[in-house]
Design a protein around this ligand. Structure first.
Ligand code: UDP
Ligand code: MG
Length: 160
């Protein structure tokens, strides 16, 4: 078995990251994008977008029965969001770590929520919770032609 093939067999995943309306209103878009950019993941989609009600409900359909669902939808459609698709080996779990716990008061310092937010209902950023949901959410938020496949110049300096 050739060891150099191991890296190429590692699964490249995709995750949907979104700066929520509070993050946009508070001027945190650049800061949040930077965290993923500096880590070394590949940006494949990016747009500022006013989310309609039905899309917010579809995105969060698994939470439909929860008491906080109506306020969550109201929050997500309350202003523009920044939609992003990121790609890389292990990107889904790594992005969740960079984002931190759902409740920002429990999120570790150094994470986005730990550094930049104080309340669960205003936790500035979304990240997919599984590779399957990463694919589902990117397909939901982006149209064909809005995603770019490209090779970053830094690629050989990130992975041996
Ligand atoms: N949320 C809320 N109250 C709660 C739990 C969740 O307002 O008690 C909101 C919060 O904005 C959270 C989103 O619903 O980010 C989705 O919840 P989930 O459990 O999927 O958390 P996440 O995956 O965003 O950490
Ligand atoms: Mg979630």
């Amino acid at each position: 078995f050739l060891p150099h093939l191991v890296a190429s067999l590692e699964q490249v995943d995709e995750t949907y990251i979104m700066v929520k309306p509070d993050g946009v209103q508070r001027g945190l878009v650049g800061e949040i994008i930077s965290r993923f950019e500096k880590k070394g993941f590949k940006l494949t989609g990016l747009k500022l977008f006013q989310c309609p009600q039905d899309l917010a409900e579809e995105h969060y359909k698994d939470l439909k029965g929860k008491s906080f669902f109506p306020k969550l939808i109201e929050y997500i459609v309350s202003g523009p969001v920044v939609c992003m698709a990121w790609e890389g080996v292990g990107v889904v779990a790594a992005a969740r770590k960079l984002i931190g716990a759902t409740n920002p008061l429990q999120a570790e310092p150094g994470t986005i929520r730990g550094d930049l937010a104080v309340q669960t209902g205003r936790n500035v950023v979304h990240g997919s919770d599984s590779p399957e949901n990463g694919k589902r959410e990117i397909a939901l938020w982006f149209k064909e032609g809005e995603l770019c496949q490209w090779t970053p110049a830094q690629a050989p300096w990130l992975r041996e």
